[in-house]
Design a protein around this ligand. Structure first.
Ligand code: 13P
Length: 361
């Protein structure tokens, strides 16, 4: 069963009958948001990873990407705060320098491995300025391959942009349908779908515009998930927080963000969903922790779902900046990575505060 220690040395991917999948999906989804832990998104595509390396002068090579991912997954005690790690196709096939496959190391560290399965957001025909995520063709076969490698959950990211006259209904509906079809295929395969509709922070839009868009996106998405017969108990929603655009003249306080986010989610997300794991979307690491903390402080008691995290940059970025591609910096970078994981674990308990940043404790 999923509830056993995933750190078991002799862990083997199990092939199960479809009727067994329902219970297992529910258990895995619950485990991903249990014990105040959250997900670590380390599934940047090669171009995205290279872009982040280039900014810091790190070589954009397969070996540099491998070494960086080894740094992350060999961080001591990471499994105390992180429930699942989302990998990219290149990464799931890689190994530590000592020959141990990444996926085995992750499982041995008590972390559930997951995999990004979309193949990216592309320009949407007939919809200038908007994107549609691709990757449904051949997905059923790819999911089987990842399951056999040991993945237990998957991720698909849809991108919604706010601007003049956008998002359009066409973009929202097409992305919602793709997310729902992906989720149904995942559950058929026995993988928990992480369903990620990301409304981007870029733009001059206000907090209230962002919150209207998010409600429309989520209503449309859950309508599609229902239509495509996705089992809500066996999925995790990965939304953005409700935020004003990055270049909006009126920014919002931590409490305003927490209120706006939860008020919209409570209107649009069914209680059957076990967990909401927010993406960070380019917020600073500290703000992402502070906002998650405020949501848990103010809403934990009346939220039907766990309020968790599935951060990429908000966990990784400070560590990446410290690492700089240098072997000598690995241990320090791992401490910083662990610190961010711990801050977000504390935020789920409503116990994060600025002092944690000063002391690094
Ligand atoms: P960020 O937290 O950096 O937005 O990454 C999360 C993610 O998985 C984006 O798809």
């Amino acid at each position: 069963m999923v509830g056993r220690s995933v750190a078991a040395e002799n862990w083997q991917p199990e092939m199960e009958q479809p009727e067994m999948n329902v219970q297992k999906l529910i258990e895995t989804a619950k485990m991903l948001v249990a014990d105040n832990k959250g997900l670590l998104a380390m599934d940047e595509s090669n171009p995205t990873c290279n872009k982040r390396f280039a900014k810091l002068g790190i070589p954009q090579t397969e070996e540099a990407r491998r070494a960086y991912r080894e740094l992350i997954i060999t961080t001591p005690s990471l499994g105390e705060y992180i429930s699942g790690a989302i990998l990219y196709d290149e990464t799931i096939h890689q190994q530590q320098r000592n020959g141990i496959p990444f996926i085995k190391a992750i499982i041995n560290g008590g972390i559930i491995p997951g995999i990004k399965v979309d193949i990216g957001a592309k320009d949407m025909a007939g919809h200038p300025g908007e994107k549609i995520t691709e990757g449904l063709d051949g997905l059923r076969d790819r999911l089987q391959k990842y399951l056999q490698m040991g993945a237990r959950f998957a991720k698909w990211r849809a991108v919604i942009t706010i601007g003049v006259d956008i998002p359009s209904r066409g973009c929202i509906e097409a992305n919602a349908q793709s997310l729902a079809r992906y989720a149904a295929l995942c559950q058929e395969a026995g993988l928990v779908p992480i369903v990620e509709p990301e409304v981007l922070m870029d733009g001059v839009h206000t907090l209230s515009r962002c919150s209207e868009v998010i409600e429309e996106v989520l209503q449309t998405l859950f309508n599609q998930l229902y239509t495509q017969r996705v089992m809500l108990e066996g999925m995790i929603l990965k939304p953005n927080m409700v935020l004003p655009g990055l270049t909006c003249s009126q920014q919002a306080s931590v409490d305003e963000v927490a209120d706006a986010t939860l008020n919209r989610l409570l209107r649009a997300v069914p209680a059957a969903v076990p967990g909401i794991a927010f993406l960070s979307g380019g917020q600073s690491a500290e703000l992402a922790s502070a906002r998650l903390n405020a949501m848990n402080l103010k809403f934990k008691l009346r939220s039907p779902w766990a309020l968790a995290f599935s951060f990429g940059r908000a966990i990784q970025q400070p560590a990446l900046e410290l690492w700089q591609g240098q072997e000598a910096n690995v241990s320090k970078a791992q401490q910083v990575l662990l610190h961010r994981a711990k801050c977000n674990w504390a935020a789920r308990r409503g116990e994060y505060n600025a002092r944690m940043e000063e002391t690094g404790a």
